[in-house]
Design a protein around this ligand. Structure first.
Ligand code: KG4
Ligand code: ZN
Length: 340
């Protein structure tokens, strides 16, 4: 394929991001994270859309400059259509439509969850690169989703297991909130866990049939456990912060890995990837490497920059859609809930 510059736009939640690819090679990936939500302990949708509106032009501008090209060079634009917060999505979708119309270039709509999986296909200059081959399994774990996906092709993905209540990222965030740790809790728990003992405290794992997950019981378990301990010692959390984080993280990882191992046994697939914000977790990354060695898996762990929300993963998904002529029309609307 001749040289094609693709601009990717991501605005589904609280990160405004723009990226430029030259075919599948990443030239820039700018992410503006919205700090405004921190003091509310979670994403406030109205504030998120407003912050996207403020950031989108400067972020796109910076991505184009860093890529060393001009807007005239861009041959196509890819954008997140959903799932996500509608007000947030509308900013990126409207920007992409206007950009495509003004510059008379095609546009590609991207499903955010497919994009997390396809982040494994982003190529970077000077980096040795081995993309997974089909079929592979991907554990996609983020703030809104927890899925085991069987990936037979770029756009032939089947969710073979999913959470029936909270997502894994939500479990991290809620546990952190109970312990009065800042939002988002995942990275904070991860950091504190490194100093703690993962076997210090025992939290029950749910018994859910098949390949589905559940995390709401763990949250309640932590809540009651701490309520009782705090009655005995009001400084219990402060004194045991690292051990609590390590034990909670250990439990979440075990819940995830148990089902992933089962999924590999059932499907006979030994190429296993992780994706999404929680795939940044150092404990999960270690558990994957260990399982790979023990079970003979070929393991794919994304670069940190491609774990949490980013536009590079949107652009690479757009690239594969472009190759197949899968273009979007001006009359489409974003969707809030997943379609995979
Ligand atoms: O993929 P993502 O950026 O946004 C969604 O699409 O949801 O994922 C965000 C989630 C948050 O719940 C955050 O706490 C979690 O990913 N997260 C982590 C880590 N970094 C981000 N969870 C555990 N350990 C981390 N290091
Ligand atoms: Zn995401």
């Amino acid at each position: 394929m001749k040289e094609l510059y693709i601009l990717g736009i991501e605005s589904s939640c609280d990160d405004t991001s723009a990226a430029v690819l030259k075919n599948d090679l990443l030239l820039s990936n700018i992410i503006a994270s919205q700090e405004v939500h921190r003091k509310f302990g979670g994403v406030v949708p109205e504030l998120a859309s407003r912050a996207h509106q403020q950031s989108i032009i400067p972020v796109v501008d910076q991505a184009i400059k860093e890529a060393g090209i001009t807007p005239d060079d861009i041959g196509a634009i890819a954008f997140t259509r959903g799932p996500g917060l509608l007000g947030s999505l509308l900013v990126g979708v409207s920007f992409a439509k206007a950009f495509a119309m003004a510059r008379k270039i095609p546009m590609m709509e991207v499903d955010h969850m497919q994009a997390h999986v396809l982040a494994h296909f982003i190529r970077k200059q000077g980096k040795e690169f081995q993309a997974p081959s089909f079929p592979f399994l991907c554990l996609t774990v983020s703030g809104g989703h927890t899925q085991i996906v069987k990936v037979d092709d770029y756009f032939n993905m089947t969710v073979i297991g999913k959470t029936i209540d909270d997502a894994a990222g939500e479990a991290f965030d809620k546990a952190a909130k109970i312990m009065s740790l800042p939002y988002p809790g995942g990275p904070v728990v991860d950091k504190l866990a490194r100093e703690g003992n993962p076997s210090a405290f025992n939290f029950a794992k749910p018994s859910i049939p098949g390949l589905d997950f559940s995390f709401s019981g763990l949250k309640t378990n932590i809540l009651y456990f701490l309520r009782d301990r705090l009655k005995e010692d009001e400084n219990f959390i402060e004194k045991n912060k690292a051990d609590l984080c390590a034990s909670i993280q250990h439990t979440i990882i075990e819940i995830l890995m148990d089902k992933l191992i089962q999924a590999s046994q059932i499907t006979g697939i030994h190429q296993i990837a992780i994706a999404g914000g929680v795939s940044a977790n150092s404990g999960l990354r270690q558990a994957m490497t260990k399982a790979g060695e023990k079970l003979g898996w070929r393991v794919y762990i994304p670069e940190f920059a491609f774990t949490t929300d980013n536009a590079a993963m949107i652009a690479i998904t757009g690239y594969f859609k472009y190759q197949r002529g899968l273009f979007a029309t001006q009359d489409l609307a974003p969707y809030a809930r997943g379609n995979m």
